[in-house]
Design a protein around this ligand. Structure first.
Ligand code: MN
Ligand code: MN
Length: 453
């Protein structure tokens, strides 16, 4: 009778502590180094090349093969091919952008003897969380001649950091809504306060420009053609007395990008399998590096052509019909202090394994592709067969929560798609928590699904 009831299992009671700890050490290194999509693509490409993956443009059509393509330095797809693409694929798709604060095109202004940088946030943030914490400036400045300068201030020992300050409590006694207290237009970064010389106007701003020029050889106009981003300077740490969590910035969704990539490298071959790292998910998958774009279809067409197919469009459809995509994205794990937003019977708990999300969307499942029952059954069978711990999740109570992932854009192409990823606590905050055992189970789940779907 007992087995009539579904019971979640506590990961720490079932899994090897050694295996979990070993995997999380590699992850801590990755998540500390990769705070932007560009850094993540670079890191992932290094791992792929070390493991024998070739640029798809160098692929001769033979089998088996390991190929990849990066796009605009901000997105990437990699595949292990053991058969013609028309036999179908098992794919895991994650996104590598995270909520953050970007600099405006003319960022530097001077006000009351201080140089400030103007910002515009990216993705869904609770603005107050980004005030009064150490921030690093990372990204690139591209000069007129096309040369690209990598900027990284705040990530290395001894670097200065940057702060968006708000008002002291002594002067902040009027009652106001949080959205009024923390306005986007007031999210200005302190850059400096030393004037360059005796001039009265903008002497501090000029000094800041002088320092930037000494560091990077750039002038103010060069900042117009830059992708400069503020990310939390915090390094990832183990969290909790029992060290059961990893605390880090940008785990939505680089926790899935990393576990998926490692799964692809470690999986036993046999099927066509691949991983996609998308950009721009946090703002709706727009742009030529997001999930709405064509770059990964270009990659598939390139493979088909090199495998000798003439009518690549027809055969691409054939391949996609036999393709299963795991949309690897995080879900919300219940924070015990705020559990009233969840339907606890259908909410993910930290430490109980990877979260299977049958549908996302909001208000009547709007915007959800929804995995059909047949697909959920196959996923469940594979995870159970391999002893991977899983649980179901939904993003909050009906008509309370909601959200989307890249799932629907891949489903539009004809593939079968389901969402699976670890639960995070404090998602979209500058310092998110993931259970180490859920991190490990995500890797185990993606590996099992790449091998067996
Ligand atoms: Mn996400
Ligand atoms: Mn997100």
């Amino acid at each position: 009778m007992e087995d009539l009831v579904f019971k979640r299992k506590i990961g720490w009671k079932v899994k090897s502590r050694d295996a979990v700890e070993k995997f999380s050490r590699g992850y801590l290194d990755f998540i500390g180094k990769c705070k932007t999509e560009r850094q993540t693509v670079k890191f992932s490409e290094e791992i792929l090349r070390r493991n024998g993956f070739l640029d798809v443009m160098d692929y001769d059509g033979s089998l088996p093969a390991k190929v990849y393509m990066k796009y605009q330095g901000k997105a990437l797809i990699a595949m292990r091919l053991s058969d013609k693409l028309t036999s179908g694929m098992n794919l895991v798709a994650a996104h590598i952008d995270s909520p953050r604060i970007d600099l405006k095109p003319h960022p530097i202004v001077e006000d009351e003897g201080m140089a400030l940088a103007k910002t515009h946030y990216y993705g869904g943030i609770k603005k107050y969380q980004w005030f009064n914490i150490p921030l690093s400036i990372v990204g690139v400045i591209v000069k007129e001649d096309g040369s690209s300068i990598e900027v990284n201030i705040g990530e290395n020992e001894g670097d200065p950091v940057f702060v968006i300050s708000d008002l002291l409590p002594h002067l902040d006694r009027k009652d106001a809504k949080v959205s009024e207290k923390f306005e986007a237009e007031k999210m200005n970064l302190v850059l400096g306060s030393i004037p360059v010389d005796e001039r009265e106007k903008e002497a501090v701003k000029l000094n800041v420009l002088k320092i930037l020029n000494e560091m990077y050889g750039v002038k103010e106009e060069d900042l117009v053609s830059a992708d400069l981003t503020l990310v939390p300077s915090f390094q990832p740490r183990e969290a909790g007395l029992d060290r059961s969590f990893v605390a880090a910035y940008g785990q939505d969704d680089r926790v899935c990008a990393y576990t998926a990539l490692m799964a692809l490298v470690d999986a036993k071959g046999g099927k066509n399998m691949g991983v996609i790292h998308f950009d721009r998910e946090e703002i709706g998958s727009e742009g030529n590096t997001g999930a709405k774009s064509r770059f990964y279809m270009m990659f598939f067409r390139e493979i088909l052509k090199r495998q000798g197919f003439d009518d690549v469009e027809y055969y691409l459809d054939r391949a996609l019909q036999k393709t299963c995509v795991i949309s690897a994205d995080v879900n919300a794990a219940v924070n015990p202090s705020y559990k009233d937003v969840h339907d606890l019977a259908n909410a993910a708990k930290a430490g109980y394994g990877i979260v299977l999300t049958k549908y996302t969307g909001a208000r009547g499942k709007a915007g959800a592709s929804e995995a059909r029952a047949e697909l959920v059954a196959r996923v469940r069978a594979v995870l159970n067969k391999k002893g991977v711990l899983w649980q179901v999740g939904t993003l909050g109570k009906v008509d309370v929560g909601g959200g989307g992932t890249v799932a629907k854009f891949l489903a539009e192409k004809g593939a079968e798609v389901i969402d699976l990823g670890p639960g995070l606590i404090g998602m979209h905050s500058p310092y998110e928590l993931v259970s180490k055992v859920d991190l490990f189970e995500s890797y185990e789940a993606y590996k099992a699904l790449l091998e067996e779907m």
